[in-house]
Design a protein around this ligand. Structure first.
Ligand SMILES: [Zn+2]
Length: 252
């Protein structure tokens, strides 16, 4: 019975794709590209490709303005980074640094391992209405590919040595990944104080997948004006606007 249903469904798909070939191709073509402005900007992401539907239909979307906060005695952040940042790439949307080794956070008793971190200028999340010049996202996955992201806000100040370690290696070519000559512990980009806000959200880029555990640090990290200018120049403005909180709570 299962096999029969599959066969019927496949026939339906074939007929459908024949009838709508030109429309489909156009959609696919357009769907390959999203951006931060104009026709392919955040307001249109949900229409660019079927797979992006959560960008317009989701009710737990990121980023948000962290303003209504509930006191909840959150556990101390359980983080053990002992691996390394190993390579850097400008993927056309962000500067992304790939990581290897055991960089682990425990959230709700579940182990999440850091895969990469990347940047947004200006910040995507706001804290009590305040925007920051840059926000870093540390993206972790558990064994079932659930996602936990740590957000860290950057302010203008002292030069940040860790940022130079990947900026100096970054290729000017989009999608050309470069190995770092000086690998470093991703924890070097963290502030000392690890108090955080916690909420449920989504990826801030298509397909805007929900079910993401967000942990945004309260303490900020410094980077020099020169470094921030350079990041901004490479990435452009790559922040999705804040999304409605709807039924969610932000805990601290
Ligand atoms: Zn991000």
């Amino acid at each position: 019975m299962k096999r029969l249903i599959t066969a019927v469904a496949a026939a339906g798909l074939l007929l459908g794709s024949g009838a709508l070939a030109s429309d489909h191709e156009h959609k696919e073509h357009k769907g390959g590209h999203w951006s931060y402005s104009g026709d392919t900007g955040p307001a249109h992401w949900g229409e660019l490709k079927d797979e992006f539907f959560m960008c317009k239909e989701g009710k737990n979307q990121s980023p948000i303005d962290i303003s209504r906060v509930i006191d909840a005695k959150l556990p101390k952040m359980d983080i053990t980074y002992s691996g390394n940042a190993v390579s850097v790439v400008n993927n056309g949307h962000t500067i992304k640094v790939n990581t290897e080794g055991s960089n682990v956070i425990i959230v709700d008793g579940v182990k999440f391992t850091l895969k990469q971190f990347h940047f947004h200028t200006p910040s995507e999340n706001l804290i009590k209405g305040e925007s920051f010049p840059m926000e870093a996202h540390f993206v972790h996955l558990d064994k079932d590919n659930n996602i936990a992201v740590i957000g860290i806000m950057f302010v203008e100040g002292k030069r940040n040595p860790a940022i130079d370690k990947f900026l100096s290696k970054l290729s000017s070519k989009v999608n050309e990944e470069k190995k770092l000559s000086e690998m470093f512990n991703p924890g070097e980009l963290f502030p000392k104080q690890l108090d955080y806000y916690r909420f449920n959200g989504s990826l801030t880029t298509p397909p805007c997948t929900e079910g993401v555990r967000w942990l945004v640090l309260k303490a900020t990290v410094e980077a020099s004006k020169e470094q921030l200018d350079k990041m901004r120049k490479i990435m452009g403005k790559n922040n999705r606007p804040v999304q409605p909180l709807n039924a969610r709570c932000v805990l601290q």
